[in-house]
Design a protein around this ligand. Structure first.
Ligand code: AHR
Length: 500
């Protein structure tokens, strides 16, 4: 199959906010306990944090990490996680029917984030709590001292404020599964009043209001309109979530789903514009896509276990083992974010360790990279700079999610500082290679380098026993030629092509 692509240095979409490659850690399953934190592990540091995990996170170069939930946050008392560890209460976590030991709280997470080279994005409980707990938390985290909450932080061992910039006003407040679910009107009012109070503490905070939990919610997209009408003057981002599934084991349909993601982003961007126009506002509100990933491998079994188990502590939960097919999917999702980087400024892979995550650990054992670690790492490291508006001519197929799905999914970024052009390309076709002529305008190509992720078996996985089954390799499918470069992209493959 032939494809023609044109990339011009003059046709750009946006400067990519590096926080497009954000991540997420929730007090859920083994994300925290035996994930990032395992005192007594041979690689644990003086605070009990696993150095081997920190190393894998650092290599991902994820600039921001959302914490502490997720559904967990909607019944979380942040005060339970501060002060001497021996005094911290054990609590029932109603979201996942587990027991929370509170051995990790804001101090431990903030120290971990610093070591992992990532900024904090903190979520506030607007489910079981409200404005007062929110303002106390922000004061504790961000105020220098001389007040009750900031002095308590100092007493608990942290003199300087952490100065966290990005705060989420609750989590998935539209969801019937959420503790303290609200109607759009109720939530819009509470979020607006909370935002006003937090702006009283610091007008420069970046505040994220909850959008829909996914685009099949019955209240979508009216939820966004109602919530934004109530909060538009106070917030900076609206949060969206989407998880991808392939229960039918139909690769072609599965790989079409990012088009639904694209439509979701486009619709919410239009709702933002609608509210902005209605309010005659100059204010820019953008999207924080702060939960996304593949999530289906154990989902039904997990839901059943959660219903019946007896409040375990840090159980194995949502430990999806990803395959090579998911590499293609994650590649297409990241390409969608790059192409929509004018409106999606923050995005967080959900999650980071053990729970639907690119990094896995074994208690007392090793840490390793899942298959999806690789496309995330390549995009995070190299998909920086400016997103390019590519012209792509390739044949398409019709799917349930949408018609005209291009067999080639491609995004391009220009890093002017390093003088590098990078393409991320996924061939969705199961049996045909794609021969792509890529014309480059306003860019002189001297060298080209091709990295590929491919496996004959779509089900191939990285496991503790075989952690390198699916990894990126150097390839020879790209060469200088014609008016730019020529690519040969094998069937069902993920490629990164870098031109200097
Ligand atoms: O990431 C897992 C869960 O998915 C989060 O707790 C919740 O916000 C979403 O439904």
């Amino acid at each position: 199959m032939k494809a023609r692509v044109t990339a011009s240095a003059a046709y750009t979409i946006a400067d990519i906010d590096k926080r497009l490659y954000g991540s997420f850690l929730e007090h859920l399953g083994r994300a925290i306990y035996t994930g990032i934190y395992e005192p007594g592990h041979q690689h644990a540091d003086e605070q009990g944090m696993r150095r081997d995990v920190i190393e894998l996170v650092r290599a991902l170069d994820t600039p921001i990490c959302r914490y502490p939930g997720g559904n967990f946050v909607s019944a979380y008392n942040w005060e339970d996680g501060v002060g001497p560890k021996e005094n911290r209460p054990k609590r029932l976590d109603l979201a996942w029917r587990t027991t929370e030991s509170n051995q990790v709280g804001i101090h431990e997470f903030a120290d971990w984030a610093e070591k992992a080279g990532t900024e904090m994005m903190l979520a506030i409980n607007l489910g079981s709590r409200g404005l007062d707990a929110a303002r106390a938390f922000v004061e504790y985290v961000n105020h220098p001292g001389g007040t009750y909450w900031s002095d308590l932080r100092r007493k608990n061992g942290r003199k300087d404020p952490w100065n966290c910039r990005v705060w989420c006003l609750g989590n998935e407040m539209d969801g019937p599964w959420q503790i303290g679910q609200k109607s759009a009107t109720e939530y819009g009012h509470l979020a607006n009043e909370t935002a006003k109070a937090l702006r009283g503490l610091d007008p420069t905070l970046e505040l994220v209001v909850c959008g829909s939990s996914h685009s099949d919610m019955p209240t979508y997209p009216q939820w966004e309109a109602t919530v934004l009408e109530a909060t538009y003057d106070q917030v900076d981002y609206i949060s969206l979530h989407m998880y991808f599934e392939n229960y039918e084991k139909n690769t072609q349909e599965y790989l079409a789903l990012p088009v639904k993601l694209d439509r979701y982003i486009g619709t919410v961007a239009s709702v933002i514009d609608f509210v902005k126009a209605k309010r005659r506002s100059k204010r820019e509100v953008k999207i924080a896509f702060d939960e996304w990933n593949v999530w289906y491998h154990n989902r039904k079994e997990d839901a059943e276990r959660v219903r019946t188990w007896d409040w375990p502590e840090a159980p194995r939960l949502l430990e999806d083992i990803y395959n090579f097919e998911d590499v293609l999917q994650v590649g297409c999702i990241l390409n969608t974010f790059i192409r929509r980087s004018d409106v999606v400024r923050i995005a967080c892979i959900a999650q980071l360790v053990n729970v639907i995550a690119p990094i896995m650990t074994e208690p007392g054992g090793p840490a390793w990279r899942q298959t999806i670690y690789w496309p995330f790492m390549l995009a995070s490291k190299h998909g920086r700079g400016t997103a390019l508006q590519l012209a792509v001519d390739v044949s398409t197929y019709d799917a349930a999610a949408a018609d005209k799905i291009p067999w080639l999914d491609i995004a391009g970024t220009l890093d002017a500082d390093r003088g590098t052009l990078t393409f991320f390309a996924i061939n969705r076709h199961s049996s045909e290679a794609i021969e792509a002529d890529v014309s480059l305008e306003g860019f002189r190509a001297k060298e080209v380098e091709h990295t590929i992720i491919r496996h004959d078996d779509l089900e191939a996985r990285n496991t503790m026993q075989a952690p390198d089954t699916v990894t990126p390799k150097k390839a020879d499918g790209a060469r200088l030629g014609g008016r730019g470069i020529e690519l040969v992209l094998p069937p069902h493959s993920y490629s990164m092509v870098r031109v200097t």
